[in-house]
Design a protein around this ligand. Sequence first.
Ligand code: ADP
Length: 390
Amino acid sequence: MPEELAPKIAVIGGGQLARMMAEPAAALGIPLRLLAEADGVSAAQVIVDHEVGDYRDLDALRRITQGCAAVTFDHEHVPTEHLHALEEDGIAVRPGPEALVHAQDKGVMRAALGALDVPCPRNAIVADVAEAEAFGFPCVLKTTRGGYDGKGVWFVRSAEDAAEPFEAAAATGVQILAEERVDFRRELSALVARSPSGQVAAWPVVASEQRDGICREVIAPAPDLDPDLAIEAQQIAMRVAGELGVTGVLAVELFETNDGRVLVNELAMRPHNTGHWTQDGSVTSQFENHLRAVLDLPLGAPDARAPWTVMVNILGGAGQDSASTARLYDGYPHALARDPRLRVHLYGKGLRPGRKVGHVNAYGEDLEDCLERARHAAAWFAGELGEESE
Ligand code: ADP
C-alpha cells in the first residue's frame, strides 16, 4: 500500500453521495475506505479501498473502520447502537449518534425542533386513525422512520385515506407523525457545514423544486427571496447544527409559506441533493467541506462563484432499464458540444424509471439562460428530447 499522507475516513454506503466525496478526497490526499452494499455500486466504482457488507452488521462496520480516524455516511440508516459501539472503539463518528437520530426519526426531529422553538408545521405523533382525525384533516401523515424521496408520506383528507399509512407503519413497527398540510409558495434549503470545533460555513439559501417527492431542480440562490427570510433560514440551520451537535453537512429543508414565513420540513445530516450545485457553483463544495468537517479541518468558503447556478437532476425515464444505460454516454457529444460551460455529473448507476442517475450544473450571469441550459441537458440525457426538438 502507498504511504498515506492524511488520516483515513471510512464511508458507509456506496451511493452517489459517497462517490462524490471521492473527488475532493483525491484532491486533498485524504484516503477513503468504503463499505458498499454490493459489488459495482456507484461509489465502489471510484473508491478503490472498498469492501462489500451490510451496514446493519456491526462486524462489517468494525472491519471497515479499523485503522480509520473517522467514519461518515452516504445515508442515515446505520443503527444507533452500532454507532455507539464504534465510538467506544475510539472511532470519531461524524455526525455522532446523538445528532444523527434527528435525521433518522422524524418524531425525534420534531420534538427537538419544538424544544428549540424552531418554526415547524403543527405536528403530533398519532396512534391510530381516530387520533389522526382528532388532529384534523386534511393533513400529512409520515412514517417516523424509513421514508425517502416521498415514500412514507401520505396526503390525507379523510379517515378512509388514513388507513393505509397506519397499515404501513404497523407492518414495519414505526410510528406515524401527523403534520398540518402547509400551503407553501415553494421549498427552500439552507445548507451548512459544521466542524467539531464549532466552525460553521453557510451556503446561500436555495429554492428546490420537488415533484412526486423527488428533488428535480435547484436554483442558487433562491430567486426573489426576501433577504430577511434568507438570513432567518441560515440562522435556523446554523442554530440547529450547533444545538444538535452536527458534524459535517446539515441540510435544512424548509417551506416558504405564502404569508412570508419559513417552516422546517426535514433535516438531512450528510451532503444533500439541494447542495449538488455547490460542486461547480461555489468556492468550496458541500462534499469537500463535509470531509474537512469530518477531520476537524478549517472549512472552505461557501461563497457562490457566479450570480446564478442551476442544478437539474437526470432521472431515468419510463420504460428505461439498465440495458439503456449506455445511452447516457451517447448524450455527451450533443450535450457537451451545445454547451461547453455545462458541468455534468453521472453516478455510474443503471437506468430505471424515476431513479436519480446524475445531474447537471449550469452557472452564469443570467438565470433564464442557466435554466434553459441545465433543463435542456438533463432532458437530453433522460431521453426526453429527440433530434427533432433541436
Ligand atoms: P422525505 O423523507 O421522503 O424526503 P418529506 O417529509 O421531505 O419526505 O416530504 C416529501 C415532500 O412532501 C416534501 O418535499 C413536500 O413537497 C411534501 N410535504 C411534506 N410535508 C408536508 C407538509 N407538512 N405540508 C405540505 N407538504 C408537505
